[in-house]
Design a binder for this molecule. Sequence first.
Ligand code: MTE
Ligand code: LUZ
Ligand code: MOS
Length: 751
Amino acid sequence: MTHVDSHLHVRGESQYVDDVPPPPGLLHAAVFGSPKAHGIIARLATGAARAAPGVVAVLTADDIPGVNRFGPIIEDEQLLVEREVCFIGHPIAIVVARSAHQARQARDLLEVEIDALPVVVDPRAAFARGDLIHPPRTMAIGDVASVWRECAVVAAGRCEIGGQEHLYLETQRCRAIPKEDGAMQVFSSTQGPAAVQHVTAAVLGRPMHKVEVDVKRLGGGFGGKEDQATHWAAMAALAAAHLDAPVELVLNRLDDIRMTGKRHPYSADFKIGLTAERKILAYEATFYQNSGAFADLSPPVLARTLFHATNAYFIPNVRVTAAPCRTNLQPHTAFRGFGGPQGMFVIEAAIDQAAGAMGIEAAAIQRANLLRDGDVFHYGQTVEGSRAERTWDDLAATFAVDRLRQRVAAFNRGNFAVKKGCALMPVCFGISFTKSHLNQGNALVHVYADGSVSVTTGGIEMGQGISSNVAAVVARTFGIEPRRVRVESTNTTRVANMSPSAASATTDLNGNAAIIAVDTILAGMHEVAARELEAADPAAVTIVDEQVYVAGRAAGLGWLDLVGLTYRARRRLSAHGFYVTPGIHYDEERERGRPFAYHVYGTAVFEVTVDCLRGTYTVDQVKIVHDLGRTINPSVDRGQVEGGLAQGMGWMTMEDLQWDADGRCLSHALSTYKAPDVYFMPDDMAVKFLEPEDNPYGPLGAKAVGEPPLMYGIGAFFAIRNAMKAFRPGADLRLDAPMTPERVLLDLHPG
Ligand code: MTE
Ligand code: LUZ
Ligand code: MOS
């Protein structure tokens, strides 16, 4: 089965928010954001903009009929600033005009005077001022302080980790259409329709049932629309309500990069201690998260940094602390991995430092400390079903990693200016929202009289393949062909209170809910079939390939016959399914619990070649062994592994977000921000899936796949670094990411 949207995508027929033919009288909005990173608004002059051609309204905070306050964790944000601007691009006013061009032209005529306040862009500076989103959190196990003297080797260091721009192809956008009786229909490019509905209703001062949010698909989200699509949807709805006319708001690329949050940059200190036998005894780290100006999703992102601070390793004594530091940058937000990648980068950096001190390869330390069943994470969860060693050893054998190491060493002996580097990267990523209550899924399934099936779930299609997965799950559970199943848009009138499509859990949660709905319908169908076939036990009825079987024998009854019989028997052909992940809990006071239903494992190996005189490099090969449980659709999952890998490699190597001391984003366009393309990815790339094994938490035994592969990309950083070390053995190279060619050059040739 292919991705259900692939034929539409290839023909350019798939519709995104603004591909749907516009309703008559559609107006266009542009957002005016603060030109200063911090200050108090002294005066806002809107006259010239109001008088500009095509302009129908300029709206400010004063025009909000409901509440001007929102935020997913802490309600600390205003939709339109009333007084204090906190980052460049912080929305102040909305200009509505007859065309998008007119709206943007008029926006440039707005004038704001701002009494400047001090600008902070560095998280450690914010920490020193005590300016935190919430107090620091610490997770700990064992007794770190007392074991340092038992360690044969202790290494310490500091890392600076860059942020990352989501760069979804479809920028943030929304179309809001007023309906009768004060209702508002909202077409938003969001991963979180319930959040859009909730905030829009609050801003408009209306009950949530007056706001319908509909999402067909996104041109990518990557976490950037988990929470931050809400702002633009609520603004479009505000304008639509104010003017009683449909309004569309589309951020162009420059506005999108300037105004929306990104992956959090972090600064971190670490200390690691090992025995002479390479066992990690102790690990300590402090993370300074650059949270940006408001809380947004920074608190749970920070939690995941701590949860994943030991990656795929068992360490008996751990103490990790993280502080969410408030700066005058865009409020940073969810991005594939959700804080996990930063936590994992630092432990890999620590292992690299320790390996240097011991004069061995990092891989020797990595392999000696991989998680085993019965080990305990520093947040109290016991390791079950670890595949850390299995994926490592499978990779080593399948892709002859030892021979690769020897080849790289031989190459480096024979070459002066060009060096090769090799690195392994194991990954262990926890699956479940760490706020346990979010782990719930919904589905609504209809079987129509002609045997076709319609499914709505709470899950959003953002390219990751939830529609294909849900169609497959529903078809297989019914025992019918996938072509009979249509996956509908995600709509708040059909599914209420859905969690955002995030945490890699969308197929798990909504696929399981769809199975529950299908089973509810099937129970009645089986009874109808049993009565029709004079079989004693409905439980003996099955449907395979659209044919009814009783106790494994074909009964001469087809899917269409059974649908008709079920209808005439007045049994249900529609059902709602509701699923909650069992067995998870977490106590944030004690920092103890079982936050994750299960973990996803895998290991990658990288080979790179670095031109040590120019700083340029190429990635020669990447090989991965990845654990999918029992995959629903191997081609969809392969796409997720390869896409995640590319995005992780981009983050670690070339995607270089820069802000100046005034809080201005300097890498705000594709001319100044480089993302990986098909030429950057190695020709020699292979992804091997581990032997299928049922995962009890996944629909049809599947494991989540969306985020974990991103963290393989960390291996690219260390492969490049190992090549640099081959050129300058013993050099004190910095542990800062991304490893751009400029950084390679400057680190190899300082001064
Ligand atoms: N793949 C595509 N093509 N587009 C996306 O926006 N988002 C990623 C990942 N893969 C994304 C993607 C992120 S951040 C997450 S959390 C998961 O998909 C969400 O979908 P899932 O829960 O179905 O895995
Ligand atoms: N979003 C969220 C996430 O709200 N909670 C999480 O734990 C999470 N994890 C990964 C990605 N998004
Ligand atoms: Mo993904 S960061 O959970 O949207």
